[in-house]
Design a protein around this ligand. Structure first.
Ligand code: FAD
Length: 397
């Protein structure tokens, strides 16, 4: 294999290129990105949390890659002086149903190899986060925060120094096979490659289809909004505070996150988005909405999870509902503690034709191609080990 083409310059694409470069210094690598620079979407529009593997079903791809993922990401940040901090987090259970779910989370975390998880009763919660309330909580010491934009910049620099080619402002339209080569086409040109890796995030299903695949899932975009906390609000939060999530859903619920460069954010909610890369509430794409509305899995998802979809729309429309969700964790938060301007992100969530959100990472291979069909959280944390996993698959093909 002489040449590999990677489509998408988010953390997964960059991590894959980096791992390929480390394994095969002489391999020719081209990374193609449609924006003017790499890392402009999910990889830098997120909570900035280093997830350590608490939530994921033992044996799943996520469980396997998250635990080593955070270790590798922390080592990378240490080596290159990228801001990060392992500050730990608590996950709060506020009623009996959540207490049961929390016990299952503890079992999962321990089965995934996490050490030092502590079960906290009310006094333990009060000691760690005096303004939070809950029936019980898990203290997860390994969890942290990081500057993912710094990671993106560092990976880009290392790749360029190593001779990899990064082509920006170039949107891949089609991939076809010709004489055992993959021809990757865009508007003004093309490249010939031995192997293609699709890491196109919110567009990964489209790129897969443009390569001739018929994946059993489609990306449904979920927008997540953040508020920044006022100075008074910030005094109510020490570290990271998360709710106990519903295990059937891919989202973790609105949480409080201390940011690596100061300040505390609250969010994100998870609202069906009208545009795959639409960060403002009013952003709308006819193509994106049409594709969601004509997808059978989308209706099945709405029927199966009405609360998760429509409840979140209300959550977004009404600041009061957003606030209520936060007060569930910290009753002292008030409406004037929530300042706009916390930004937003759009998650690429793959949903299968039966309407089920894919909870695990999903990769699909075809002749000369590897497609990342689902890489939601914690794929930023785990991007270096996901990249290594993908690189091994490419090199053994
Ligand atoms: C609101 C939110 C909060 C999150 N919080 C966390 C967190 O705290 N911790 C964590 O670990 N994870 C978190 N995640 C998840 C994490 O950000 C993503 O899983 C991860 O960034 C995915 O990386 P990616 O490279 O697959 O996608 P992206 O970063 O979206 O990159 C895909 C790239 O492909 C490019 N592209 C698309 N189509 C084409 C094309 N046709 N041609 C060329 N280029 C193309 C895009 O422009 C983009 O740059 C969060 C995500 C969101 C949205």
């Amino acid at each position: 294999m002489k040449h590999v083409c990677i489509i998408g310059g988010g953390l997964v694409g960059l991590g894959t290129a980096y791992a390929l470069r480390k394994k095969r210094p002489n391999l020719e690598i081209s990374l193609i990105e449609k924006e003017a620079d790499v890392g402009k979407h999910q990889s830098t529009h997120n909570s900035g949390v280093l997830h350590c593997g608490l939530y994921y079903k033992p044996g799943s791809m996520k469980a396997k890659l998250a635990v080593t993922g955070i270790q590798e990401m922390s080592r990378f940040c240490q080596e290159y002086g990228i801001d990060h901090e392992i500050c730990g987090k608590i996950v709060l259970a506020t009623d009996n149903v959540e207490v049961e779910r929390l016990r299952e989370l503890q079992r999962r975390g321990e089965a995934n190899g996490l050490e030092g998880i502590e079960w906290l009763e009310k006094d333990g919660i009060a000691e760690r986060e005096p303004h939070a309330v809950g029936e019980a909580a898990l203290l997860v010491p390994q969890e942290g925060i990081v500057d993912f934009a710094g990671v993106v910049r560092q990976l880009k620099q290392l790749l360029l120094e190593s001779g990899a080619v990064i082509i920006t402002a170039t949107e891949v339209r089609r991939i076809r096979e010709e004489n055992n080569k993959q021809i990757v086409e865009w508007d003004e040109g093309s490249c010939r490659s031995d192997y293609v890796v699709n890491c196109a995030g919110l567009h990964s299903d489209r790129v897969a289809r443009a390569a001739g695949l018929n994946p059993n899932c489609q990306i449904i975009p979920f927008r997540g909004e953040y508020f920044t906390l006022s100075e008074k609000g910030q005094r109510l939060v020490n570290h990271l505070i998360y709710p106990t999530p519903d295990p059937a859903l891919p989202h973790l619920g609105v949480h409080f996150t201390r940011m690596i460069h100061g300040g505390i954010e609250a969010g994100p909610n998870a609202v069906l988005a009208m545009k795959r890369e639409g960060y403002r509430k009013t952003d709308f794409s006819f193509r994106d909405v049409f594709e969601s509305l004509t997808y059978r899995g989308f209706y099945r998802f709405l029927l199966s999870y009405p609360g998760a979809s429509l409840g979140e729309v209300a959550n977004s429309a009404l600041k009061s509902i957003f606030l209520k969700n936060l007060q569930h964790l910290i009753p002292g938060i008030e409406v004037d503690d929530l300042a706009a301007g916390g930004g937003a992100g759009v998650r690429a969530q793959a949903i299968d034709r039966e309407g089920k959100p894919l909870l695990d990472f999903a990769f699909e291979e075809a002749q000369g191609q590897l497609h990342v069909l689902n890489a939601p959280s914690p794929a930023a944390t785990a991007s270096l080990v996901i990249g290594r996993h993908l690189a091994e698959r490419v090199l053994s093909a």
